[in-house]
Design a protein around this ligand. Structure first.
Ligand code: 5RP
Length: 215
């Protein structure tokens, strides 16, 4: 799968235009995109990063990282996913960066999602759904998740997000109404972000392969 991730990450460079400020996601697939972006770094104005992890890699390459508050809307966001359905709706947050990823996706005109073939599913939910939660609300949110979805929330013990919060991974879901589930879970006090990207899905999905599949 590493090779598929590399092929997807490098193909996403086709969407980068001169003078752009590029939104950059998080994860091992995005790492290949960042490495490819480094080769054309003089053609872009900079990046907005979704995590401390990606910021470190961007800066290691000498790529400028800007504050979203000063850039305004972005033309392009490139990020990976943990699952992708045929409608380009996603589960994200395996790397615990879902909140900043969701913010940048919302701020971007075009969201290009880069995945390996194993991420493709017909129905979302086999990958446990990550939910970022304010620490004091962890048990409250877990109880409400069970009541609303029937899924089994598991605390990702030892993980603190870049925003100082915790993550619950919800197992045993079959998400036939991703927009409805995203909306319902967003209503629970203490939920910071739901790792469903259904209300704002990807615009383009690149599945790594020889050649990559684009839909
Ligand atoms: C991080 C994410 C990642 O995009 C997702 O976990 C995929 O990671 P990888 O490219 O390493 O398989 O959502 O929060």
């Amino acid at each position: 799968m590493t090779e598929a991730k590399r092929l997807a990450g490098e193909r996403a460079i086709d969407y980068v235009e001169d003078g752009m400020i590029v939104g950059v996601g998080t994860g091992s697939t995005v790492a290949f995109f960042i490495d490819a972006l480094a080769r054309i770094k003089d053609r872009i104005r900079g990046t907005v990063s979704s995590s401390e992890q990606s910021t470190r890699r961007l800066q290691m390459h000498g790529i400028e990282v800007l504050d979203l508050n000063s850039t305004g809307p972005l033309s392009l966001y490139v990020d990976g996913a943990d699952e992708c359905d045929p409608h380009k709706r996603l589960i994200k947050g395996g790397g615990a960066a879902l909140t900043r990823e969701k913010i940048i996706a919302e701020a971007s005109d075009k969201f290009v999602c880069i995945i390996d073939p194993a991420k493709r599913v017909d129905v979302l939910g086999r990958f446990p759904l990550p939910i970022e939660v304010v620490p004091m609300a962890r048990s409250l949110v877990a109880r409400q998740i069970v009541a609303k979805t029937g899924g089994q929330p598991v605390w990702r013990d030892g993980v603190v997000t870049d925003n100082g919060n915790v993550v619950l991974d919800v197992h045993n879901l079959s998400i036939t109404d991703p927009v409805g589930v995203e909306t319902a879970l967003n209503q629970i006090p203490g939920v910071v972000s739901v790792g469903l990207f259904a209300r704002r899905p990807a615009d383009v999905v690149i599945v790594g392969g020889e050649p990559p599949l684009v839909f």
